[in-house]
Design a protein around this ligand. Structure first.
Ligand SMILES: C[S@@+](CC[C@H](N)C(=O)[O-])C[C@H]1O[C@@H](n2cnc3c(N)ncnc32)[C@H](O)[C@@H]1O
Length: 167
């Protein structure tokens, strides 16, 4: 059993609700419907929040336990979330995306894997789409550099948040 399988098996809402910061930033999305990729979605707190707002969400995670818990909530509420059990390193989004969120996901991976995943998913983001990252400060510099190299515009770069869009 993986680390997060054990954690999620013990607590069905381990990370609690979507953070206040995220709910505020989500309200800056200037589209009402569309597809959002939640990378390392875990038990799906952000995916659920977004689906309740009317978005289609693709929730990718490597924890079977977390995703089974999420699937139960998806079925109970009939939410528009596609639950995908995958290693993000080998995952390619099946379609163009309107936004990507990664809430405390990248620190789980070694640096070269972070950059590889970020570069791959960014290719699937539409022009004008958003990339929102919250993570430990120590992992942000390399992610920030990658976004800058890809010419992303920064709407917020403060504390543990990078909120950017693809011009
Ligand atoms: C700190 S948790 C955050 C979960 C969720 N984003 C949230 O904020 O509630 C990190 C998540 O990343 C997932 N994860 C770690 N490595 C992964 C990988 N290589 N591919 C997919 N998911 C991964 C873990 O299973 C875990 O659910």
């Amino acid at each position: 059993m993986q680390k997060y399988d054990k954690i999620y098996a013990r607590d069905e809402s381990y990370f609690g609700h979507t953070s206040k910061q995220f709910t505020t930033l989500f309200s800056n999305f200037d589209f009402d419907s569309g597809t959002i990729l939640d990378l390392g979605a875990g038990q799906g707190r952000d995916a659920i929040f977004l689906a309740r707002r009317g978005y289609n969400v693709i929730a990718v995670d490597s924890s079977r336990v977390g995703l089974d818990q999420l699937q139960e909530r998806v079925d109970a509420e009939n939410l528009t979330i596609e639950v995908v059990h995958a290693d993000a390193l080998g995952y390619t989004p099946p379609q163009e995306l309107d936004a990507i969120v990664a809430d405390r996901f990248f620190h789980e991976l070694p640096n070269n894997a972070r950059i590889k995943i970020l570069q791959r998913v960014l290719r699937h983001l539409r022009i004008g789409g958003y990339m929102l990252i919250a993570d430990e400060k120590s992992v942000l510099p390399n992610l920030r550099d990658t976004l800058k190299k890809e010419k992303f515009e920064f709407l917020r770069d403060k504390n543990d948040i990078l909120f950017t869009y693809k011009p």
